[in-house]
Design a protein around this ligand. Structure first.
Ligand code: PEP
Length: 250
């Protein structure tokens, strides 16, 4: 039985004051979260503050991106070892905003996935199609290409130490959610594709849905057999909304 994971992606939002309030609110509501594992992925500069606030709680934390390189002359980048120093368990790799605005290729994302794993972090690999790609009927081939970059580099067994997040780009931050059926179809495709390499890894892999998930639609989505939680953007900035999604997995 896969334990659901609900991970918040704060993106480039918040202040020291607002994240303190947000984390106080989340911690206060955790007694009602019966089943899901909960984590927040914060802007890197806030990780020391997040670590200080969450240490000893049942809420985990992580980053939103990481360098594929171990160290060196990469101005502005952050290494996996640095995330480890601040207690990160998770790191998002290949978010569609990084693929789109920072030109991250499938190969670079796969290298980030490998670097995170090598450092003992759990990479959350984001995959998903744009609206144009869905309309062209190539959702599966896009998602397969993004997944295969990781499998080609490291083998399917590498996914045993990771998480996949299916995030249709057209549903991110738009208020438009994939229907539970649309999401389930792609999640099942992802699991089947991985099962083609390694059935045990596919069975154990947590595949999260991301894209305008809210307390009002979370239960229906998470109830689907291949949806193992959510990667939450906008709704993770409000403690009540985020907790509403975490408890939907109860
Ligand atoms: C995301 O950016 O990972 C995301 C799912 O955003 P939102 O929930 O705001 O659509």
């Amino acid at each position: 039985m896969r334990q659901p994971l609900v991970a918040g992606n704060w993106k480039m939002n918040g202040s020291l004051e607002s994240i303190t309030r947000l984390l106080d609110g989340i911690k206060a509501g955790m007694a009602d979260v019966k089943r899901a594992e909960v984590a927040v992925c914060a802007p890197a500069i806030y990780l020391p503050a997040v670590q200080q606030q969450l240490q000893g709680s049942s809420v985990g934390w992580g980053a939103q991106d990481v360098s594929a390189e171990p160290s060196g002359a990469y101005t502005g980048e952050i290494a996996t070892s640095m995330l480890g120093e601040f207690g990160c368990r998770y790191v998002i790799v290949g978010h569609s905003e990084r693929r789109a605005y920072h030109a991250e290729s499938d190969e670079l994302v796969a290298r980030k996935f490998a670097a995170a794993r090598a450092a003992g972090l759990v990479p959350i690999l984001c995959v998903g199609e744009t609206l144009a790609e869905r309309e062209q009927g190539i959702t599966e081939s896009v998602v397969a290409r993004q997944l295969d970059a990781v499998i080609d580099l490291e083998g399917a067994a590498a996914l045993a130490n990771g998480v996949v997040a299916y995030e249709p780009v057209w549903a991110i931050g738009t208020g438009e959610t994939a229907t539970p059926e649309q999401a389930q179809e792609v999640h099942a495709f992802i699991r089947q594709r991985i099962a083609g390499h390694d059935a045990a890894v596919a069975e154990g892999l947590r595949i999260l849905y991301g894209g305008s998930m809210k307390p009002g639609n979370a239960q229906e989505l998470i109830a689907k057999p291949d949806i193992d939680g959510g990667l939450i953007g906008g709704a993770s900035l409000d403690a009540a909304d985020f907790l509403g999604i975490c408890t939907a997995a109860n």
